[in-house]
Design a protein around this ligand. Sequence first.
Ligand code: CA
Length: 354
Amino acid sequence: MTLGFGTFRRDGERRLGFRSGEAVVDLGPGSLDELLPQGREAWERTTWEAVAAAEFGNRSYGLDEIEPDLPFTVADYVDFYSSLEHATNLGRMFRPDAEPLLPNWRHLPVGYHGWAGTVVVSGTPVRRPCGQAKPPEADAPVFGASRRLDIELELGFVVGVPSRLGEPVPASAFADHVFGVVLVNDWSARDIQAWEYVPLGPFLGKSFATSVSAWVTPLALLEDRRVPAPPQEPRPLPYLRTEGDWALDLPLEVELNGTVISRGNARGLYWTMPQQLAHATSNGACIRTGDLMASGTISGAERGSEGSLIELTRNGSEPVRLGGGGERTFLEDGDEVVLRGEPLGEVRGRILPA
Ligand code: CA
């Protein structure tokens, strides 16, 4: 059952809502932006009030009576690379002659800074990007529509309470600053990415669009999903050590044109959310209300649990089969992708031609 806070439109007005299953409780004019900076006590009080209102069916709309909006104003957007299996799979494909994991990977949560202004709400169509790429057989790069458009199944956490410049946020303060969690589809143009990413990391191969679920599930409603994270070897440096269990037992799936092509779970992520936040602020950089930090693609060890097409299809060499007889390596125009993971809900997007 989907549970979370979001912002919706009804009769042209923006309102704060709480989704509980197939109903949305109307919490009044405004948006999630006003609740985010209020802090943990207010978040938990509002959450239990909303859960109670949903149980009694107070001030509720059906999903077909409202139009979900981007739930919060995205401040900064950061994307990590926290799945050991995903980093290993991509390392093998992008650097076939080298060790798949670079020397830093087990010592810090690797990340890059994304493009906050192109984060869109679930349901927003995604236009196939154009860009510069160099096909393996070509002598020189070309500019054109991406031919290797992909998805990335991720979790993201949303910052509520800001921090002060110069003061790192310890992992132990995670729940004082972070409001909740969303599902994320980090759309990726693999051909643009492969040509541009050395040495400063992903840029235009990622920045054209990132989709998030319409409902942000507060941490208080994820308590019963918290489980131990996988063991970390070597032991991280002191600022990355955490107390308590911070992996989330969230079954996830990827659907393409109506066929489920991947099933996995977020609990296998190597680096946890408190470690990501502690690392992101360890140099004294401050966080702001609305910052979105995503996990990186969530891939499991088993075949069929990978969170991207480049992994599911072994770099395009083994197409995935779809119901009705079709198959795919990368996305075609008109394709629709839905990521699902209760209680976070879904992230949906259809590909428009370049
Ligand atoms: Ca990503």
